[in-house]
Ligand binder design. Sequence first.
Ligand SMILES: Cc1cc2nc3c(=O)[nH]c(=O)nc-3n(C[C@H](O)[C@H](O)[C@H](O)COP(=O)(O)OP(=O)(O)OC[C@H]3O[C@@H](n4cnc5c(N)ncnc54)[C@H](O)[C@@H]3O)c2cc1C
Length: 183
Amino acid sequence: MAKIIVVGDGPGGLSCALFLAKNEMDVTVFGKDDTAMHYAELHNYLGIPKILGSDFQEIARKQVTDFGASLQDALVTEVNKTDDGFGVTLEDGSSHEAKYVVLAEGKGVKLNQSLGLTKEGRSVEVDRNGRTAVSGLYAVGRSTKMNRSQAIISAGEGAAAALDILSTEAGRDVLDYDTPPKE
Ligand SMILES: Cc1cc2nc3c(=O)[nH]c(=O)nc-3n(C[C@H](O)[C@H](O)[C@H](O)COP(=O)(O)OP(=O)(O)OC[C@H]3O[C@@H](n4cnc5c(N)ncnc54)[C@H](O)[C@@H]3O)c2cc1C
């Protein structure tokens, strides 16, 4: 089972973690629930007529942990490429390893900057699946669209990156479909 670290716990990071954990991947999300969603009241998230951003976050965090992802209340200070994946350092100095890293930093792009992927205040360049120029490293959400930031777009980008990781691991295209129970 591939180990994946998601940095950032807004809709981009949580959506990615949801798809990965639901499909049995070993996922850890680092973040301090300091997302812009706490300032929002959504009226434009398809399928949900109206919801406070904070309520959305509470539901999303439970949904993600119910599928087995680990949400860790910590800031990531460094991400390094290693021979077989990535080393991730937290603010307390502890180190973690992962085969894939998904950066869902939001408005700040410090880690993307430190990896040479963008400059301050600028969007990170990614392909349609959130792949960056570094193999195994993805960027999703606001950091890839600084001036076009919407919750549903971040969530969609997180899902696309997750499907790309799942497909890479499976060696074929993976879809996450469920169907209603038969009567
Ligand atoms: C006032 C306001 C109103 C809004 N209203 C709407 C609206 O009505 N509809 C709508 O669609 N959108 C709205 N938005 C935008 C919406 O909040 C964003 O589109 C959405 O939050 C982006 O999600 P994201 O996951 O990309 O980034 P964010 O939600 O910003 O999440 C990024 C997370 O990563 C964390 N993080 C960053 N770096 C690290 C690190 N090194 N280690 C650990 N964690 C880290 C951050 O603390 C944060 O929790 C609004 C935003 C604001 C500010």
